[in-house]
Design a protein around this ligand. Structure first.
Ligand SMILES: [Zn+2]
Length: 321
């Protein structure tokens, strides 16, 4: 509802926000394409820089949304080593790459400035529809064919380091393909990989993707909910690693601050996380999400106003000091 949205935009402006991220899901593409275009137009008229993300697209990007892709293209989805078909799209499948290019053309037409390639992951990698114990993907026809071409051997049924490398390589190639396509349309690209909450780990594809010519910004989103570490320790570790990668490949670093499922009395953690980013020299912040997700029961914080305030007030205080 554009008139309601306009009020929210004014409120954000007042609170010092400069950028806005619009999620563009498969549902939006089907039923709200023109509406999303109006939202983005309105955002830009009000002076906001606009980013969009492929919200849960093909169930291989971050987001709380359903995907129609497995209904339309069941043959282009991931398959486990035992042949079980999954609902998640396969990064090596040309149908999916085409599906993403249709999305890129649409968001380009909507007038976005940036695309956030948000948390791309293989099935089971922290997304919806967990795999069963011992299962891995993808061993679809396309993956088997590509694996054979690269390693000159049949793709094994048993998990190995080589399969791990193959998956990482496939992910890097996929991001390169889609981000180059959007780059050609004049859109800037941000990559964000979801950090491991259980163990501190910096997978090598982070740097590989960050160093791609088509990638402009390297982002990290250390959301501490469910982490094995204290929020501060967790944020600090991944911010430090992201800054290291950014320095190495010469890209700006963007930091996403958790603003969902913040429990009562823990709102100070939002402030602490922003302060960690500032200490490490980060200038480009986002928070997930608007009004601490008060409108969404699945993600809402206990005291959304207070949690949201901790974010923008900390940045406001910093910019005036
Ligand atoms: Zn596959």
């Amino acid at each position: 509802m554009l008139s309601h949205f306009e009020r929210d935009l004014d409120e954000l402006k007042e609170k010092g926000f400069t950028d806005i991220l619009h999620t563009v899901s498969e549902n939006d593409m089907k039923f709200y394409k023109g509406t999303m275009k109006d939202f983005i137009k309105k955002s830009k008229e009000k002076g906001f820089t606009v980013t969009v993300s492929p919200w849960s697209y093909g169930l291989v990007f971050g987001g709380e949304a359903f995907s129609e892709f497995p209904i339309l293209y069941p043959e282009a989805c991931q398959v486990t080593q035992d042949g079980r078909k999954l609902p998640n799209a396969c990064f090596n499948n040309l149908e999916f790459i085409h599906y993403m290019k249709v999305w890129i053309s649409a968001v380009s037409d909507m007038g976005t400035d940036y695309i956030l390639w948000d948390e791309p992951h293989w099935a089971g990698g922290g997304g919806w529809y967990a795999l069963k114990e011992g299962e891995w993907s993808c061993r679809c026809e396309k993956c088997c064919q590509r694996y054979q071409e690269i390693y000159e051997e049949e793709m094994p049924l048993l998990w190995s380091d080589r399969i791990q490398s193959f998956r990482k390589r496939s992910m890097v190639d996929f991001i390169q393909e889609v981000s180059s396509y959007s780059k050609k349309k004049g859109i800037k690209n941000i990559i964000c990989f979801f950090p491991n909450r259980i163990n501190f780990e910096v997978p090598n594809e982070w740097e590989a993707v960050a160093s791609l010519e088509s990638i402009d910004i390297f982002a990290t989103d250390p959301y501490w909910v469910g982490s094995n570490y204290s929020s501060k320790e967790y944020v600090e570790y991944y911010v430090e690693q992201a800054v290291k990668i950014g320095d190495k490949v010469g890209k700006e670093v963007q930091l996403y601050i958790q603003n969902f499922r913040i429990e009562a009395e823990e709102e100070y953690k939002v402030k602490e996380a922003v302060e960690v980013g500032l200490q490490y020299g980060i200038n480009y912040f986002y928070t997930w999400g608007f009004n601490s997700c008060a409108h969404m029961s699945f993600l809402a914080s206990d005291n959304p106003e207070l949690a949201f305030l901790q974010y923008y007030q900390t940045l406001q205080n910093n910019s005036t000091s």
